[in-house]
Ligand binder design. Structure first.
Ligand code: ISE
Length: 337
């Protein structure tokens, strides 16, 4: 069975997902696309041999659409995810599940009421070979127990729509997810340190910022989030453990020596760094749909993971505003997850 996918949003990430589904993933094709930018939508539809539809509703309910990718602006994810649940279609929802906890819970409630998992969260770092290796090595116990995790998340620049809060819900949300996955436990509190803003930061935007999370067992997760780092894209993670350390540098850095120079090329943005993770994420999603379809997805990041990451990001927003440490209290985990 070839899974016909409808892609909502043909911006950077939606187009990357659509190209992967059309050319790099086996078992899928892109049957329909939708975007409010009609020119861009037509270009992507033409390139992939998909139809361009006139609304999100038409896409979700189209008979050639077996499954949906949500790659629209963050504030639309929750309502579109709920519409996909109502149509009974397996869905890959880009992060975040929603910017606010309340909206995230509406999706959680809708999926629990349906009684089967249809939504997979697009936390692609879980498929990055570097992070997978880091988790395996930590799990093997050779460095002992994790005590502190230092993370670096630098973007070359951020758009004018980004605020101190969206840097947390849209960007640092990756660390919210990947560290609870790495450590296999939930967070219990958040604290955010504001410092001297970069002269490149837009007025009123706290950039860079230092985020501190405590997990249930007391591990400290520290994240440097820097949206306007200028030099390129960089993600790094170092686990300090009781018997040693594990360090994940930027997996896409290749050191080369040529023409009298020695050095590394730095990716300009996240697609360069996480290209393989995005492809592997899509292949795993399509494989799971082909295996179980609408009967319910059982692998990959879930709506619960999306909710937990949003809850941590929202605690950070409150911590940033108050300058205080803010507790993170999750609702009871439904049996579905
Ligand atoms: C973007 O949406 C991503 O997913 C990138 O990984 C992240 O670095 C960036 O800050 C986000 O805006």
């Amino acid at each position: 069975m070839t899974v016909g996918v409808g892609v909502i949003g043909t911006g950077n990430i939606g187009t990357a997902h659509a190209r992967n589904l059309a050319f790099a993933v086996s078992g899928s094709q892109v049957s329909a696309v939708f975007d409010t930018n009609a020119t861009r939508m037509a270009e992507v539809a033409g390139e992939l041999g998909a139809i361009a539809v006139s609304s999100v509703d038409e896409l979700i309910n189209h008979r050639d659409v077996d499954a949906v990718v949500i790659a629209s602006p963050d504030h639309l994810h929750a309502e579109q995810a709920i519409a996909c649940l109502a149509a009974g279609k397996p869905t890959m929802c880009e992060k975040p599940l929603a910017p606010s906890i309340e909206e995230a819970i509406t999706v959680l409630d809708a999926e629990v009421a349906l009684g089967r998992r249809l939504i997979t969260m697009g936390f692609m770092r879980r498929f990055d070979p570097g992070y997978v290796n880091l988790k395996e090595q930590l799990g093997s116990g050779t460095v002992g127990e994790a005590l502190i995790v230092h993370c670096v998340h630098r973007n070359r620049s951020i758009g004018p729509e980004q605020t101190s809060a969206t840097l947390l819900t849209n960007s640092v949300v990756h660390e919210m997810d990947i560290n609870r996955w790495l450590l296999d436990e939930e967070y219990v509190s958040a604290f955010v340190m504001n410092g001297r803003p970069s002269p490149r930061a837009a007025p009123g935007v706290q950039d860079p910022q230092l985020v501190f999370l405590h997990t249930a067992s007391g591990v400290i997760v520290e994240v440097e989030s820097f949206g306007n780092a200028q030099f390129g894209y960089e993600v790094a993670c170092e686990v300090v453990a009781s018997e040693g350390t594990l360090r994940l540098g930027d997996g896409s850095f290749i050191t080369s020596s040529s023409r009298g120079r020695h050095g590394k090329a730095i990716p300009g943005q996240w697609l360069g760094r996480f290209g393989e993770a995005y492809r592997l994420e899509m292949q795993a999603w399509i494989d799971s749909i082909r295996a179980v379809g609408g009967a319910g997805i059982t692998t990959g990041p879930s709506v619960w993971d999306g909710y937990a990451a949003t809850a941590a990001a929202n605690a950070c927003i409150a911590a940033q505003a108050s300058g205080q440490q803010v507790p993170i209290t999750l609702i009871a985990k439904p049996a579905l997850y």
